[in-house]
Ligand binder design. Structure first.
Ligand SMILES: CC(C)(COP(=O)(O)OP(=O)(O)OC[C@H]1O[C@@H](n2cnc3c(N)ncnc32)[C@H](O)[C@@H]1OP(=O)(O)O)[C@@H](O)C(=O)NCCC(=O)NCCS
Length: 191
């Protein structure tokens, strides 16, 4: 298995991957990710070099987006003053589930955060998905608060407002996945 930056050629694969995850989530009774993710926004994150692919003999095993940019309207000014990396769209293929690949990716992300000088690894999870929230708590994340308003659709309910964080920490094994170049330290103006 290798981890590497996604390229624009991965766009269709990533959109299909997300649809597969949404179908699995629907089977679990969750409405998470029912709305397709806008392709132009996904492409912009790929071009910003924040999207990573885990490939297993050419097949997509997982993806994670890791960015210093916080989603608007979720984190407080004081929190944003602390250097952090944000995990978005963590997804593991059902073919690769049950082996804690997501946990290894979180360790990999925490290690990159640590090495880039960030104090925190942060995320916002689906507000109504308690199973997912338990997953993140099991992986050492502390729930900070749940933001319920200010969503993308007419400022309505916030679908992804369960905020959590874990201290960025060095992982000597880099989550056993680190095939990518070392991260560039977060610039002061990005903090
Ligand atoms: C979250 C995820 C990346 C974890 O991958 P993983 O480390 O391989 O872990 P698994 O998929 O084996 O899940 C571990 C357990 O958490 C549960 N779980 C994981 N995601 C869940 C979710 N969104 N809702 C409910 N339960 C979930 C699984 O059912 C499983 O439970 P079990 O141990 O009783 O079988 C993967 O489950 C996934 O892709 N989920 C769908 C996409 C998603 O919600 N991503 C998070 C975005 S913030």
């Amino acid at each position: 298995m290798i981890i590497e930056l996604a390229t624009p050629d991965d766009l269709a694969r990533l959109l299909a991957f997300r649809e597969e995850a949404a179908a699995w989530l629907a089977e679990l009774g969750s409405d998470q990710w029912r709305r397709p993710y806008p392709a132009d926004r996904l492409l912009a994150t790929i071009e910003a070099e924040t999207v990573f692919m885990v490939r297993d003999h050419g097949a997509t095993a997982a993806t994670i987006t890791l960015t210093p940019e916080a989603e608007g309207g979720l984190w407080l000014f004081e929190e944003l003053a602390e250097p952090s990396l944000f995990v978005n769209k963590l997804t593991v293929a059902r073919t690769h589930a049950g082996r804690d690949l997501g946990g290894r990716l979180l360790d990999w992300a925490g290690d990159r955060a640590y090495r880039s000088g960030a104090s925190w690894l942060r995320l916002d999870a689906w507000t109504t998905n308690e199973g997912l929230q338990r997953y993140y708590r099991r992986h050492g994340f502390e729930h900070i608060r749940t933001v319920t308003e200010g969503g993308a659709v007419n400022g309505g309910p916030r679908v992804s407002g369960w905020l959590a964080q874990r201290a960025a920490r060095e992982d000597p094994f880099h989550g056993l996945l680190d095939m990518t170049p070392a991260p560039v330290p977060i610039a002061a103006e990005e903090r």
